[in-house]
Ligand binder design. Structure first.
Ligand code: ZN
Length: 286
């Protein structure tokens, strides 16, 4: 072992899981995945095809404050954090319900830093066409986390509330969910996203004009972006998608067949690591 501190050389780790870091690749190189367990990191692309074992020790540590918790809320928070952090409030999932203006934001400073920032409304192809919103700085991470194979930013707005208002219009004509089983089977057909954008913008022309009259003519900007293709390191997609769950069985192991979204794809089943944020695991690669 030449360098204990190099990410690629580490093959064992122990600590609470964080969502994986995913760096975008390009047409020749798939996205680069880094598993995070506490302060430890393991580059996973180099271990495709190897045996990987994750054993949940039984401990769960809040991803925000680190305190031990018997149960995880909202993918990794302790109950006090879940009830008090702005990032755990329902308005994060439903941005159109932002209540900052009512003076009831759980953490106004956090809101100003995260919600009162430019947001993008995008189309993505994860298990088919979907609409989504995210902070501009979260791209392309958001798409990689969802396992999208294509994405196209279409509109830009000044804040999260406005992005929610726009997304609500789009949800009348297009879905906003990913069917994770379909996404993991890997046979998602490519789409002509610019054509879908033009079709949807035309269909929502009246509604978008009315929204602009309400929130300001300059509030919604049309983006002239080109579609992004996203590639994932997968040796073989599962034919039948079976999911592992640390709450039911603490050991998850098998041959690592691929990485897509926040999922590890084993020859024995798949696991969504995002769902188990804060779960302390022992990781070993053979
Ligand atoms: Zn906490």
């Amino acid at each position: 072992m030449s360098d204990l501190f190099s990410v690629a050389d580490v093959s064992a780790a122990r600590g609470p899981l964080r969502k994986m870091d995913i760096a975008p690749g390009d047409a020749q190189t798939p996205a680069q995945y880094t598993l995070r367990a506490g302060e430890q990191r393991i580059g996973l692309n180099a271990h495709l095809g190897a045996s990987l074992r994750l054993v949940h020790t039984g401990a769960i540590h809040c991803v925000h404050c680190g305190r031990a918790t018997r149960k995880s809320f909202a993918q990794g928070y302790c109950y006090p954090c879940f009830k008090s952090l702005a990032q755990c409030d329902t308005c994060i999932v439903k941005p159109e319900t932002c209540h900052y203006h009512a003076g009831t934001c759980r953490e106004p400073t956090w809101g100003e830093q995260h919600c009162f920032q430019p947001h993008v409304v995008y189309l993505a192809n994860s298990s088919g066409l979907k609409v989504g919103i995210t902070r501009k700085t979260q791209l392309p991470t958001r798409w990689l986390d969802q396992g999208a194979i294509q994405a196209l930013p279409i509109l830009e707005v000044d804040n999260r509330l406005q992005s929610g208002l726009v997304e609500t219009l789009f949800k009348q004509v297009v879905g906003d969910r990913t069917n994770w089983r379909t996404m993991l089977k890997g046979d998602v057909a490519p789409l002509d996203l610019p054509a879908e954008r033009d079709r949807l913008l035309a269909a929502l022309d009246q509604e978008l004009a009315a929204l602009k009259r309400r929130i300001g003519e300059q509030a919604i900007g049309t983006l002239a972006a080109t579609p992004v293709d996203l590639h994932y390191p997968v040796l073989e997609f599962p034919v039948k998608v079976v999911s592992h769950n640390f709450d039911k069985s603490p050991e998850v192991s098998g041959r690592l067949m691929g990485l897509k979204g926040q999922y590890l794809i084993f020859d024995t089943g798949v696991i969504n690591l995002r769902k188990f944020g804060g779960y302390e695991v022992e990781v070993a690669i053979e």
